[in-house]
Ligand binder design. Structure first.
Ligand code: CAA
Length: 240
């Protein structure tokens, strides 16, 4: 029986590439998505990967949905906490709603989802959790106090949970992408993006599949000695 992998925000962007890579490598993969039914339907038709709509910032919805998924496919052995949003604005213009939406979705969801799978993983003495952080959580970024705080939180969350899980066969790692070609990055104003790309040593933004390779590495059955680490995939933009 192949291991069951659940990818949040798995129908678009980096999450889509991760879900496809897992599926192609024989994992029984399920993708979560937050709201875009049309994209999710097209994704499922194209890839054969089932997609489940629920709000990862909602604790009860996560618990309910993980229970449904496990009833249908079996216990979740691999969790990829990928779902994320931006609400970029400089601090003096940022609203409380922009702050809260990003914290609850980008950081709160990692708690909600990990909490829903952790007891099962401990009981089975196996688990792989990969949290998608960000270079901008490591380095900070103009206009992203909310996003940088949430992603930085992901890195602390990862290390603390890794410690708690280390003796139970569960690894917890973070992956910190830099600028990757997704809708999120495409929405950065062109003049700003140009300045950002000029600073990337590799000379280009990355592709989502280049991040997915890192996830495959971290979730392998043979990766049991890698835990609490952060894998940076950013074209040399921030050497941490
Ligand atoms: N790097 C370098 N310069 C930047 C910058 C950046 N990241 N962000 C803004 N600036 C510069 C602008 O180019 C501009 O410079 P000039 O006056 O010389 O033209 C100056 O700062 C002011 O910027 P704006 O005129 O855009 O100011 P604004 O108040 O209208 O908008 C903003 C501010 C909403 C933050 C807007 O600049 C913006 O959206 N910036 C992009 C922020 C960003 O990088 N987001 C990353 C999204 S992708 C992601 O988050 C994925 C990931 O994990 C890496």
């Amino acid at each position: 029986m192949s291991r069951v992998a659940l990818v949040t925000g798995g129908t678009r962007g980096i999450g889509e590439a991760i879900a496809i890579a897992l599926h192609e490598n024989g994992y029984c993969t399920v993708a979560n998505y937050g709201g875009n039914d049309t994209v999710a339907r097209e994704f499922t038709e194209r890839t054969g990967i089932p997609s489940y709509r629920f709000d990862v910032s909602d604790y009860d919805a996560c618990a309910r949905s993980v229970a449904d998924i496990e009833a249908q496919y079996g216990p979740v052995d691999i969790l990829i906490n990928n779902a994320g949003i931006t609400r970029d604005a400089t601090m003096h213009r940022m609203t409380f709603e922009q702050w809260q939406a990003v914290i609850n979705t980008n950081l709160g969801a990692s708690f909600n989802m990990s909490r829903a799978v952790i007891e099962g993983m401990r009981a089975r003495k196996f688990g792989r959790i990969v949290n998608i952080g960000s270079m901008n959580g490591q380095a900070g970024q103009y206009g992203q106090v909310n996003y940088a705080a949430a992603k930085s939180g992901i890195h602390g969350f990862t290390k603390a949970l890794a410690l708690e899980c280390a003796a139970h066969g569960i690894t917890v790692n973070a992956l910190a992408p830099g600028y990757i070609e997704t809708d999120m990055v495409r929405s950065v104003p062109e003049n700003v993006l140009k300045k950002i790309v000029e600073k990337i040593p590799v000379g280009r933004i990355g592709q989502a599949r280049e991040v997915a390779r890192g996830v495959l590495f971290l979730i392998d059955d043979d990766a049991g000695f890698i835990t609490g680490s952060t894998l940076s995939i950013n074209g040399g933009n921030h050497m941490y």
